[in-house]
Design a protein around this ligand. Structure first.
Ligand code: ATR
Length: 290
């Protein structure tokens, strides 16, 4: 580090388990960009001061995560259209007048899904969950031209709210809300499913949002937003029913790559750097440090 080193960081609470400092410092080393990326633990009541303070300190960009992804929006100079649509920001890019907010969860998920050769155009899809992760997943599916998006959630009212939001945004009636327990009313098979609940995440590895094997007969490809454990119970059910299942690690990696490339226009994080980051995260997960 010297006087020219650019400073980046993540604001979150808690922040101790974030993988982002590991990822971005590694991408900095691998691309030759002179930067340092640090964790900032920010309490909810201090968010505005934190954003203004970071700008005053010439911090070049920041990641934003739980619990600040929505709350940060009033303190930004500008918000990218997709982030405004989704109502959540996870990346701040410095401009002359303040930070501009972006959401790289959607491009991160999109890249991860495309890389597995999964077709979304004209596809019948299922989203499990109705929180922030499900919102990003359903927004991506609608943007890619999915024909049907069943939104399944434990509480039906939240599924209805999410489906209503998506249908208003797209002007179509692609999204259909359903309680998790009513999965049997989804017709046929061959669905692409995105698991966006927190069920099955370490340490609760013996749970899946739906425990009935019959549900998994409907799914031919599935993406689980969880990456710890590497194979969730949901993924095991999908595989046992003959489907292909992937975990959320690539989404984590690619949302970070998208942020890094927004901060450093013209710089590309190459496959070798991403591979090194994947290995590093897997090591940390094995050591139980994340
Ligand atoms: P995120 O921003 O990560 O999506 P969230 O907004 O808290 O997190 O959403 C968590 C999702 O996991 C919700 O869909 C939640 O269902 P409810 O809306 O019914 O609460 C779902 N979820 C959490 N625990 C669950 C459980 N034990 N069984 C089923 N769904 C669960």
């Amino acid at each position: 580090m010297d006087g020219r080193t650019k400073v980046y960081g993540i604001i979150a609470n808690p922040v101790e388990h974030s993988m982002s400092p590991v990822l971005h410092n590694l991408y900095g080393e691998q691309t030759g960009v002179d930067l340092v990326y640090v964790p900032f633990k920010v309490k909810e009541e201090a968010l505005q001061k934190a954003v203004e303070g970071a700008f005053a300190l010439n911090v070049q960009g920041m990641s934003v995560t739980v619990p600040h992804k929505q709350a940060v929006m009033p303190y930004l100079a500008e918000i990218d259209t997709a982030a405004a649509d989704i109502g959540a920001v996870n990346t701040l890019v410095r401009t002359d007048s303040g930070y501009k907010g972006y959401n790289t969860d959607v491009p991160g998920l999109l890249r991860a899904v495309r890389e597995e050769g999964i077709i979304m155009q004209g596809r019948k899809c299922i989203v499990l969950g109705a929180g922030g992760a499900a919102r990003a997943a359903s927004y991506m599916l609608a943007g890619e031209g999915a024909e049907e998006i069943w939104i399944l959630n434990r509480s039906l009212d939240k599924a209805q709210a999410l489906a209503g939001w998506l249908n208003r945004l797209t002007g179509k009636d692609t999204a259909k809300p359903l309680a998790l327990s009513d999965y049997a009313s989804i017709p046929g098979s061959g669905y692409f499913a995105i698991q966006s609940t927190s069920v099955g995440m370490h340490p609760n590895i013996d749970h899946a949002p739906i425990e009935a094997p019959a549900f998994y007969e409907k799914i031919s490809e599935a993406y689980d937003s969880i990456y710890t454990p590497a194979e969730t119970k949901f993924m095991k059910y999908v595989s046992a029913a003959g489907g292909r299942a992937f975990n959320g690690l690539n989404m984590l990696l690619y949302q970070g790559v998208a942020a890094f490339e927004l901060w450093n226009p013209g710089v590309r994080v190459e496959a070798a750097a991403i591979k090194a980051a994947r290995r590093r995260i897997q090591e940390l997960l094995e050591k139980g440090k994340a």
